[in-house]
Design a protein around this ligand. Structure first.
Ligand code: GLV
Ligand code: MN
Ligand code: MN
Length: 410
């Protein structure tokens, strides 16, 4: 059936682009690494017999025609970018797995009613511009010119980065797809958690994806002399921020379902003998229930207000993104269950704690996701690993699911 060796070879080959000394990869949007990765994946798409094109927001797309020229297209694939020093499976498995399925269908001369397209989504992680799912936002028309003003750590805006790589920021609208033209989006991905491992299963069928709230908090205190300012007369922005980080952990823990993370912290002026005057930190907050997430957010900010008053500092909050939870369509969960039966693979149904492009796609079509077991649940880390057998199992399930959704003809 599918060619496991080819899949593995491509995973490892793509995993060399953006490779760091740690063994992990850093492949951010609109960089040379991103370009090299797309060029390589375009070759794989051609080898698979797909028609290859790139859209106005930098998504690479491979298309396989169906027998009915008027039938809506079934979309699949995953993202091509990575976080800082991430693993080689996050995104790559769903992308290369989808190409593998279409290459196999071509080799088997199987025809489907609906065309199928594989998307290599641009910038799902949002690691460079603190704004995720850029490519899929472009597909559904959820990108504004204001979004292109988001800047990376070197002060380069999305628009500037696009131009440097030969894209025209004025044309982002051309990446839009109409709702009527798309039947479904289905994504294969590593689980990035420990549930499947704990169940001793290689395959998960995703019931839905948690919400995602990203904020930038700036705490303003007063910089001062570290030797000459008594402890009682300080407005130390870092000590206030440290207390806020504790609040984030405590409030998230209190629900039993919420997860919240402060992943980035910037202390200014950053001198050994200067009391910190300004601290910026990011907050990532998620829950399967929007209601619970909102409640935790309110509680956190109530506590932040108290800390500001107690310590004589002020706080400014910028919303980077607020993405609601995305349910997976029941019909796809059923299609994926049937695919597991056809592949003779037991499965477990679970929600996704990680964000995915499907959270954008859900706005224009029904979505489905298939998970593959992650070793020790590790992800966003160079040690991320899923066994070749598990990866192949996931691709098999994707194969049968796609045949069902795109309707096998012969
Ligand atoms: C992406 O992997 C995310 O969940 O942030
Ligand atoms: Mn990721
Ligand atoms: Mn991912």
């Amino acid at each position: 059936m599918i060619n496991k060796e080819r899949l593995l070879h491509r995973l490892l080959e793509l995993g060399k682009i953006g490779r760091n000394q740690s063994g992990g990869i850093t492949r951010h949007a609109f960089t040379q690494e991103d370009r090299s990765a797309k060029d390589l994946v375009a070759v794989y798409m051609q080898e698979a017999g797909l028609q290859v094109r790139e859209d106005a927001v930098g998504n690479l797309i491979g298309r396989r025609e169906g027998c009915d020229p008027n039938a809506a297209v079934v979309l699949t694939g995953s993202h091509i970018d990575s976080v800082c020093d991430g693993g080689i499976y996050d995104g790559a498995l769903g992308l290369l797995g989808a190409i593998e399925v279409l290459q196999t269908l071509n080799e088997q001369h199987i025809e489907t009613k609906h065309p199928i397209e594989v998307y290599a989504f641009n910038d799902e992680e949002g690691s460079r511009f603190s704004f995720s799912m850029f490519g899929s936002r472009g597909v559904i028309g959820n990108l504004s010119h204001k979004d292109l003003e988001m800047k990376d750590r070197n002060g380069i805006s999305v628009a500037e980065a696009m131009k440097a790589q030969g894209y025209d920021p004025n044309k982002i609208g051309e990446a839009n797809r109409s709702q009527e033209s798309i039947k479904a989006f289905i994504e294969l991905h590593i689980e990035q958690g420990k549930v499947l491992e704990s169940k001793n299963l290689s395959i998960g069928i995703v019931s839905g994806i948690v919400n995602e709230l990203w904020l930038k908090c700036s705490v303003y205190g007063e910089a001062g002399h570290a030797g000459a300012t008594p402890m009682t007369l300080r407005h130390d922005a870092l000590v206030a921020a440290a207390e806020m980080v504790q609040v984030v952990e405590r409030e998230a823990k209190s629900t039993g379902t919420t997860v919240a993370t402060v992943g980035r912290l910037n202390v200014q002026p950053g001198g050994i003998n200067i009391i910190p005057g300004t601290v910026e930190f990011t907050l990532d907050l998620r829950d399967t229930s929007q209601e619970v997430s909102d409640k935790v957010e309110r509680q956190i900010f109530k506590e932040f207000d108290r800390i500001c008053k107690d310590r004589g500092v002020s706080l400014k909050t910028d919303i980077l993104q607020r993405i609601p939870p995305a349910p997976c369509a029941k019909e796809f969960q059923i299609a994926a269950q049937k695919a597991c039966v056809a592949s003779e693979l037991p499965y477990f149904s679970l929600p996704s704690g990680a964000g995915h492009d499907a959270m954008q796609m859900v706005n224009i079509c029904p979505i489905g996701m298939i998970f593959v077991r992650s070793k020790d649940g590790i992800s966003h880390n160079p040690a991320e690993w899923s066994s070749p057998d598990d990866c192949a199992d996931g691709v098999k399930v994707l194969y049968y699911t796609l045949l069902e959704l795109a309707v096998k003809v012969s």
